[in-house]
Structures are given as structure tokens and as C-alpha cells.
Ligand binder design. Structure first.
Ligand code: MG
Length: 206
């Protein structure tokens, strides 16, 4: 049996007037989540769960605090990098499960859309994505959104599938590298490193 489990958690504070992104979906709500990136607390928790399953670091070690490239960044960028790490290591996602903890908006009416979008971003069937939500009863945290995520990975036993996974990850990395170089030239920001530092950064500003 060659499986690994990963767990991720994140928290962001609500901010009046900011756009709300959850699970890669833009949601109509008077408040959004503050953050250096788009503040997508659900994608951040899933990203950390994927990286944690591989024991390769966390979102802060891949995307260092204060890096101007990630200002208002779409958090699917972070998720895609974690997905590439999963494929490069020869694993595929069996399923993920998540719990959002927030007072508003109500997740029930949009849970189906969230599930579809997260499944699409992870390139797995919607039936492999759990979306649940709780209100923060008794926690005095109505101004905060939290997300928990667990993921189960399975290593492929098939040589053909391992080659395919590696090729997919390499394709993504090649595209990322070109985009990174272009951004470097156009914006004068440093190129994204291709090998992450095996360090943890507890200052999570993503
Ligand atoms: Mg975060």
C-alpha cells in the first residue's frame, strides 16, 4: 500500500469591500478575505494539505512572504504548483475533504458550485471532493473564515502512468518557467525558483 495523507488549515480575516474568493469561485458578498494574495482560504488549506502529504514544506516556503509577484495573486497558482509536486512525486489524488468555518455567507447554496470548481482545479471527479461548512459557534470569530482540508494520495504502480504524471508536471513547469521569465523581464521582479527551499515559514501572508 503506497498512500499518504495530508492536512492543511488556514484562516483569513474579513475585510469590507474586498472581493470574496472561495475555492477558486468569485462569490457575491459585501466582505472579502484580507491577504497578500486573493485570500482564498479554502485553496490555501488544500494547497497545504497537498504539500503536507508529500512532506515538502508549506505554502509559505514555496511562496515567500512579501514577494511582489503574489500580491493579489489568484490562489489557483499556489494550488497548481502543489499539484505539480504531487505528480512529480508519482502520486495522484484519491480524494479530498474540507470544512469551512465561517459565519457568512451561507455555504449550503453554493456548496455544489464550490465542489465542481475545486474538482476542476484539481482535475479529479466532483465525487472525490468533500465540501462542508460550520458556523463558528461560541468562538467569537464571526470576522474570520477558516478552512480545514485533508487529502489522500496514492502512488501509481504503473510505469506508464508514472511517465504520464511526470510529463504533465514537466509541461506545467515549462510553461511556468517561460511565464516567470517574461514576468521577470517585464516587471523587473526576480524569477521564480524552480527548486523550493526545504524550509518552513510561519509568517503566512498568502
Ligand atoms: Mg492563507
Amino acid at each position: 500500500m503506497n498512500i499518504r495523507i495530508g492536512y492543511g488549515w488556514d484562516s483569513h480575516e474579513f475585510q469590507a469591500g474586498a472581493p470574496l474568493k472561495l475555492g477558486g469561485l468569485a462569490i457575491d458578498h459585501p466582505q472579502g478575505l484580507a491577504g497578500h494574495s486573493d485570500g482564498d482560504v479554502l485553496l490555501h488549506a488544500i494547497t497545504d494539505a497537498l504539500l503536507g502529504a508529500l512532506a515538502v514544506g508549506d505554502i509559505g516556503s514555496f511562496f515567500p512572504p512579501g514577494d511582489p509577484r503574489w500580491k493579489d495573486a489568484d490562489s489557483s497558482i499556489f494550488l497548481n504548483l502543489a499539484l505539480d509536486e504531487v505528480r512529480t512525486a508519482g502520486y495522484r489524488i484519491v480524494n479530498i475533504d474540507t470544512t469551512l468555518v465561517l459565519a457568512a455567507p451561507k455555504i449550503g447554496p453554493i456548496a455544489g458550485d464550490l465542489r465542481e470548481r475545486v474538482a476542476e482545479l484539481l482535475q479529479i471527479p466532483p465525487g472525490a471532493v468533500g465540501i462542508k461548512a460550520k458556523t463558528p459557534e461560541g468562538l467569537n470569530l464571526d470576522h474570520v473564515a477558516q478552512a480545514h482540508a485533508v487529502v489522500l494520495l496514492e502512488r501509481s504502480e504503473s510505469d506508464d502512468e508514472l511517465k504520464l504524471l511526470a510529463a504533465e508536471a514537466e509541461d506545467d513547469n515549462a510553461v511556468d518557467h517561460v511565464l516567470s521569465e517574461l514576468a521577470s523581464e517585464a516587471l523587473g521582479v526576480p524569477s521564480r525558483r524552480t527548486t523550493p527551499l526545504p524550509a518552513f515559514d510561519t509568517e503566512d501572508i498568502t
